[in-house]
Design a protein around this ligand. Structure first.
Ligand code: PMP
Ligand code: GLU
Length: 397
């Protein structure tokens, strides 16, 4: 019997797939070095864990309103004001199962069949698939090394059509770590106004920023940008809470109503205990977070330094998030022990088999001549993994 064509057309998340595979091999006793996971290796701070235990003991274990508890929505409004200079009311906030569900709700709320969403390349793996699930059409915006893989308005102008409904921006970016600056954001906001587009701004890495860089939310630039932007954020990365599944989204009252309604049927509220834990994360002490960011910066510097000593590769230097994109172009169209290495998928497969190093193929992000390494892992592992990568490269040359 014919299954759902739309579902059959969805690729599984390669980031989650490889991360799971590396974890499984480790469990089986294989000495795997994993650069796959897009998740901090630190445990969730103790004060957050304690808040969850307290919530359970106090019986906060029941359904909550579908879009989240009022206390948490208030705290999120305060966060937007304090960090981003954005004013939102409670009826503009939806709390969802990770930023991922926020994005899914967003696309389902704004897209009609055939509506196009402009997605810059490289992109986080789930964007195109989520757009397709909502009957939209992902339109990829090519970027260049010269422009540090950020899109330019000239290029956007050449691909916008009367079907374009929204433009996506992810700053700091996964996988490049690139950050858009104020003048660039102003140009994008102006472009969105000119063509009357929604702006979907994924700001999940906003706190993971290095080198004195600054995060600016495009929604904060002016009133028009505020009105057309849907801001996506979450606690997974900032508070080392990937498994708790807490994301939040700010949008107009109208869109929020649609998102809440969709969510009320699909999943209902986010786990009630996690919501109370999130309340503590956003209102409690920030020392752990600051320590984590400093640690990520040291690891980034260490990883970049090690990679710079490896022959015939180049990297995209990240200013935020916790990934380094490594260009493996010179090692493509080769063979190793009878296996062809023609693209990033072949490369990652053979690297895992031969040296037990798990990385994500750039193909998942639309850049097939790259692999992505996560530095959300210890210095020892970074050292060991890059030594192995280097050995692998010397073997396939
Ligand atoms: N956006 C980006 C750019 C991401 O890298 C991730 C990583 N998981 C997400 C959204 C979703 O995060 P989560 O669902 O864990 O909040
Ligand atoms: N966003 C992370 C990554 O890109 C986690 C995995 C996922 O949700 O895709 O690796």
């Amino acid at each position: 019997m014919q299954l759902c064509k739309k579902a059959e057309n969805i690729n599984p998340s390669i980031t989650l797939e490889i991360t799971a595979k590396a974890k499984e091999l480790k469990k089986m006793g294989v000495d795997v070095v994993s650069f796959g996971a897009g998740e901090p290796d630190f445990n969730t701070p103790q004060n957050i864990i304690n808040a969850a235990i307290k919530a359970m003991e106090e019986g906060k274990t029941k359904y909550t309103p579908a879009g989240g508890i009022v206390e948490l929505k208030k705290t999120i409004c305060d966060k937007f004001k304090k960090d981003n200079n954005l004013d939102y009311k409670l009826n503009q906030i939806t709390i969802s199962t990770g930023a991922k569900q926020c994005l899914a709700n967003t696309f389902m709320s704004i897209l009609n069949p055939g509506d196009e969403v402009l997605i810059p390349v490289p992109y986080w793996v789930s964007y195109p698939e989520l757009v397709k699930l909502a009957d939209g059409v992902p339109v990829f915006v090519e970027t260049s090394k010269e422009n540090n893989y950020k899109y330019t308005v000239e290029h956007l102008e050449s691909i916008v059509t009367d079907k374009t409904k929204a433009i996506l921006i992810n700053s700091p970016n996964n996988p490049t770590g690139t950050i858009y600056h104020e003048e660039e954001l102003l140009e994008i906001a102006h472009f969105a106004k000119k063509h009357d587009l929604y702006i979907i701004s994924d700001e999940i890495y906003e706190k993971l920023i290095y080198d004195e860089e600054k995060h600016i939310s495009i929604a904060s630039l002016n009133e028009d940008a505020y009105n057309r932007t849907i801001v996506i954020n979450g606690l997974s990365k900032t508070y080392s809470m990937t498994g708790w599944r807490i994301g939040y989204v700010a949008a107009s009252e109208k869109i929020t109503k649609l998102m809440t309604s969709i969510q009320s049927h699909m999943t209902s509220n986010v786990n009630s205990i996690a919501q109370y834990a999130a309340l503590e994360a956003l209102t409690g002490p920030e020392e752990e977070l600051e320590k984590m960011v400093r640690e990520f910066e040291s690891r980034r510097n260490f990883m970049i330094d090690k990679l710079s000593k490896v022959n015939e590769i180049s990297i995209i230097k990240p200013s935020g998030a916790f990934y380094v994109m490594v260009n493996i172009e010179k090692y493509l169209n080769t063979t190793f022990k009878g296996e062809s290495i023609n693209n990033s998928l072949d490369f990652t497969k053979v690297l895992l088999e031969e040296e037990k190093v798990a990385v994500i193929p750039g193909a998942g992000f639309g850049l097939d001549n790259y692999i992505r390494l996560s530095y959300a892992t210890s210095m020892d592992i970074i050292e060991k993994g890059i030594d192995r990568l280097s050995i692998f490269l010397s073997k396939i040359k």
